[in-house]
Design a protein around this ligand. Structure first.
Ligand code: PLP
Length: 477
C-alpha cells in the first residue's frame, strides 16, 4: 500500500467511524451471533495475493459488526464506561503513524517528555497532592500504564522488593526466600478481580478483608487481619484500597486505612480506576480524603475521561522504590542523558511502550477542564435521573447510587430480578449486568457512553419497566 492508497483507505475509515457514531442508536447494543460465528465468514488461510482495501471495507459490516458489543452505544449500561472521543482517536492515529517505542528518553524524547507533562496536568486536574507529581521537588512522579490491573501489579512488585530489601538491611541474617515466603497483601472482598490476579502473578497471598455493610473497607477490619497475620509470623507489606468499587462504586475509608498502613510500614496502593475521573470536579474530592497516605495512586482516563483504551494514570510518592525494583540495564539501552529525564521502562513491566500521552494531550486540549467537568457532571445527573425514575415505581427499590452507577432491583425474591435481567439481555436493546449487595441480587445501571442523553435514559427505563410488567403486573402493587 502506498501513501496515496493509505490516504484513501484512511479517509474512508474515518468516514465509516463517524457514520457509525452518528447512527449507533440503530444497532442493538448486544450482538446475536453464537460462538464460532466468525471463522465461517473468513477464509481458512491468509490470502496468497494482496487484496484491495475496498474489499476490507465491505467486510467490516459482513464479518465484524455482527459480532460487536457496542460499548459506545447510549444503551450500553454494563461494567463501567470505556472512554472514546474523536480527539483521542486522532491521537491514536498519530501515535500509530509515528510508532515510536519510548522505553528511554533517547528512544523518543517527545514520548517521554509529553508524558511527564501530561501526568502533571492530570495530577493537578484531579487535585492530587503535589508530592505525587513529576513537577514536585521530591521523589514523586507519574506515568501511564496500560491498565489498572498492570498498575496494581506494578505497585505490588515494587512494594514486595522494597520490603525484602529493607528487612534484609535491618537483619542480614534473614534470607530472601524466607521473607518472600512470609509476605502477605490485603484488599477488600469488594475489590476488582484484577487485585486478586496481582497477588497470583506476584506470588503472594492477597487476603480479602470483609468490607462493611456499605461495601467499604474499614480500618478496624484491616487492623484485625494484619494483627492475626503478624501473630502467625507473616509479613504484611501491601494494601490495595478501592475508590469506586466495581460492584457498587463504594469508597474504602482512606482516613482509617492510611494511618494503619503508615504505622505498620505497609505500602498503600489506591485503585480509583473508574471513580478517579470524578475528582476533576472539586465537589467530589472529599471522596478521596486521605489520598496523601497512599504510596501509589491509579485511575483510568480510559474509563470515564474520554481517552481511548489504553491509558491508565499512575503516580508514586517515591519513584526510587519502583526504579530500583525494575531496573535491568543493558549496554544497548544506555544513553548519555540518563538521570536527566525518566527512562520509563523502569516504571512498568514491558520494555517497549506506546506514545499514549498524545491521545491524552489532544483530548485535554479539545475538551479543556470545563469540557471534562461538564462530561462528568452531566453523566452523574443522568444517573440521578434514572434513579428518580426507578424510585417512582413502587415495584422497584434502589439500593445504592454513586456517581454514574445506580444499583436497583425488584422488591421481593431475587428470582424476580434475575428473570428481569435475563429478559432484558435476551432483547439485546440494553446491556446491563448484576452484582450482589447485602446478599441481594441487584442490577447495575451505569451511564457509560458519552452519547447517552436523557431520552436514552427514558428509553432504558421504558424497556426495563415494560419487561417488569411481564414479570409482575403493575396492578399487584
Ligand atoms: N479496578 C476497578 C475498581 C475496576 O472497576 C476495574 C475495571 O472495571 C479495574 C480495576 C480493571 O481495570 P483495567 O481493565 O484497566 O485493568
Amino acid at each position: 500500500m502506498d501513501s496515496k492508497e493509505f490516504r484513501e483507505f484512511g479517509k474512508a475509515m474515518i468516514d465509516y467511524v463517524a457514520d457509525y457514531m452518528d447512527n449507533i442508536r440503530d444497532r442493538n447494543v448486544l450482538p446475536s451471533v453464537e460462538p464460532g460465528y466468525l471463522e465461517k465468514l473468513v477464509p481458512k488461510d491468509t490470502p496468497e495475493l494482496g487484496e484491495d482495501w475496498k474489499s476490507i471495507m465491505t467486510d467490516i459490516e459482513r464479518v465484524i459488526m455482527p459480532g460487536i458489543t457496542h460499548w459506545n452505544s447510549p444503551h450500553f449500561h454494563a461494567y463501567y464506561p470505556t472512554a472514546c472521543s474523536f480527539p483521542s482517536i486522532v491521537g491514536e492515529i498519530l501515535s500509530a503513524g509515528l510508532s515510536s517505542i519510548g522505553f528511554s528518553w533517547i528512544s523518543s524524547p517527545a514520548c517521554t517528555e509529553l508524558e511527564v507533562v501530561m501526568m502533571n496536568w492530570l495530577g493537578n486536574l484531579l487535585g492530587l497532592p503535589e508530592t505525587f507529581l513529576n513537577s514536585s521537588s521530591g521523589p514523586g512522579g507519574g506515568t501511564i500504564q496500560g491498565s489498572a490491573s498492570e498498575a496494581t501489579l506494578v505497585g505490588l512488585l515494587s512494594a514486595r522488593e522494597k520490603t525484602v530489601k529493607e528487612l534484609r538491611e535491618n537483619d542480614p541474617s534473614l534470607s530472601e526466600s524466607d521473607i518472600r515466603g512470609r509476605l502477605v497483601a490485603y484488599t477488600s472482598d469488594q475489590a476488582n478481580s484484577s487485585v486478586e490476579k496481582a497477588g497470583l502473578l506476584g506470588a503472594v497471598p492477597m487476603k480479602h478483608v470483609p468490607a462493611d455493610e456499605n461495601g467499604c473497607l474499614r480500618g478496624e477490619a484491616l487492623q484485625k487481619a494484619i494483627d492475626e497475620d503478624k501473630r502467625n509470623n507473616r509479613i504484611p507489606f501491601y494494601v490495595v484500597a478501592t475508590l469506586g468499587s466495581t460492584g457498587t462504586c463504594a469508597f474504602d475509608k482512606l482516613e482509617e486505612i492510611g494511618p494503619i498502613c503508615k504505622k505498620e510500614g505497609v505500602w498503600l496502593h489506591i485503585d480509583a480506576a473508574y471513580a478517579g475521573t470524578a475528582f476533576v470536579c472539586p465537589e467530589y474530592r472529599p471522596l478521596m480524603k486521605g489520598v496523601h497516605y497512599a504510596d501509589s495512586f491509579n485511575y483510568n482516563p480510559h474509563k470515564w475521561m474520554l481517552v481511548n483504551f489504553d491509558c491508565s494514570a499512575m503516580w508514586f510518592q517515591n519513584v526510587k522504590h519502583l526504579v530500583e525494583s525494575f531496573n535491568v540495564d543493558r549496554i544497548y539501552l544506555k544513553h548519555q542523558h540518563e538521570g536527566h529525564a525518566p527512562d520509563y521502562r523502569h516504571w512498568q513491566i514491558a520494555l517497549g511502550r506506546r506514545f499514549r500521552s498524545l491521545k491524552l494531550w489532544f483530548t485535554l486540549r479539545i475538551y479543556g477542564v470545563e469540557g471534562i467537568r461538564n462530561h462528568v457532571r452531566s453523566q452523574i445527573a443522568l444517573a440521578k435521573y434514572f434513579e428518580e425514575l426507578v424510585s417512582g415505581d413502587s415495584r422497584f427499590e434502589v439500593l445504592t447510587s454513586n456517581l454514574g452507577l445506580v444499583c436497583f432491583r425488584l422488591k421481593g425474591d431475587d428470582k424476580l430480578t434475575k428473570d428481569l435481567l435475563q429478559k432484558i439481555t435476551e432483547k439485546k436493546k440494553l446491556y446491563l449486568i448484576s452484582c450482589y449487595y447485602r446478599n441481594k441480587f441487584v442490577i447495575r445501571f451505569v451511564i457509560c457512553s458519552r452519547l447517552t442523553n436523557s431520552s436514552d435514559v427514558e428509553f432504558a427505563w421504558k424497556e426495563i419497566s415494560g419487561i417488569a410488567n411481564e414479570i409482575i403486573p403493575r396492578k399487584f402493587f
